[in-house]
Design a protein around this ligand. Structure first.
Ligand code: SAM
Ligand code: SF4
Length: 317
């Protein structure tokens, strides 16, 4: 669906649960209060909604996220049915704690690509940053996905004084095993708000550091609605998602659906649109739904909204 600024809105990010085993300090509050399962859209409701969004809104890329999507019962079925109804791309963003044991199933259901959070390669640091042990399981999950030739990208949120000394080791590790490493600027959203002013690392610092330590960095061209900028240094590749210092709002092609069924035009919007009445209405009215979609899309900003109280585990990063 084209918006009034000519942006082709064709990607949908779905948070399938707010729950997570980890408590990354920039994402999860100290004492989270997770909803009961019945408060979430059911797997069948999500499928119905995506089918309508694909048919009437042109959605052709879906990414499942959370919270931790592998904690949601039925996520494998969701992937397999989304593929069966013809969604060309279905990706998953995960902390990978359960990936090694689930990856065969995900692969057989047709997952197209997996993004894995990887903030550090140091087990003690992992436990400190995520308030839980498990780095070896994460690395095992990444390897298992690569062994099946599933395309994998890693996401590293850079936190000053915590993991900003791991940029080069993570680039080398990821390239060695055939994974695209990406560094994310800490965003001023939810729990990230409190630490943003003193822990944020700008993408320019990343580029300077890589140039200093590895040599000249060149840009790899990417589609205009790509969230990440890609770079090459010698034989190595890496990406940066500079949501704060180089926002991509003008080319953004995404909608976001929360686990409870609120559809958002933007991660930073304070209000979402409730999709339940459309899903549950016995006589689904196509014209009305297209109008509803146009209304959601009209809330997509052209410029970055600074700061948001939304929580990443609710809306799905
Ligand atoms: N649990 C899964 C995971 O960690 O990959 C999926 C959900 S998580 C919210 C999705 C992505 O959002 C992760 O890569 C995480 O690092 C990122 N994220 C969460 N809070 C963030 C923040 N304040 N700034 C930047 N990225 C953030
Ligand atoms: Fe959990 Fe992912 Fe948030 Fe970390 S970033 S607390 S793994 S939802």
């Amino acid at each position: 669906m084209l918006d009034s600024h000519g942006r082709n809105i064709h990607k949908l990010r779905i948070s399938v649960t707010e729950s997570c085993q980890l408590k990354c300090s920039y994402c999860m509050p100290e004492h989270p209060n997770f909803p009961k399962n019945e408060e979430y859209l059911s797997i069948d409701e999500i499928i119905y909604l995506v089918a309508k969004l694909a048919d009437l809104g042109g959605i052709d890329q879906v990414r499942l996220t959370g919270g931790e999507p592998l904690l949601r019962k039925g996520v494998g079925k969701l992937i397999s049915i989304l593929k069966k109804i013809g969604i060309p791309f279905v990706g998953l963003t995960t902390n990978a704690l359960l990936l090694e044991q689930r990856v065969d199933q995900l692969h057989s259901y047709g997952v197209d690509a997996i993004n894995v959070s990887l903030d550090t390669l140091n087990p003690e640091r992992f436990s400190r940053m995520c308030k839980q042990t498990g780095l070896q399981r994460v690395l095992g999950g990444i390897k298992a996905a690569r062994d099946l030739d599933i395309p994998v990208k890693t996401n590293t949120v850079l936190i000053r004084g915590e993991n900003d000394d791991e940029i080069i080791p993570i680039i080398k590790y990821a390239n060695e095993i055939g994974v695209m490493p990406r560094f994310l600027e800490l965003m001023s959203i939810g729990s990230g708000n409190d630490q943003h002013h003193y822990r944020h690392v700008s993408y320019l610092e990343v580029l300077k550091k890589v140039e200093r330590e590895l040599g000249t960095v060149t840009i790899i061209p990417v589609p205009c609605d790509s969230t990440a900028m890609l770079y090459q240094v010698g034989e190595l590749r890496f990406g940066i998602i500079a949501s704060e210092n180089k926002p991509f709002c003008q080319d953004c092609s995404r909608l976001r659906l929360s686990a409870k069924g609120l559809l958002f035009g933007c991660l930073m919007n304070s209000d979402g649109f409730d999709t339940r009445e459309y899903i549950r209405s016995l006589e689904f009215d196509e014209e009305n739904f297209v109008r509803f979609l146009a209304q959601v899309i009209s809330t997509k900003p052209l410029e970055r909204i600074i700061g948001s109280e939304n929580r990443m585990n609710i809306l799905g990063g």
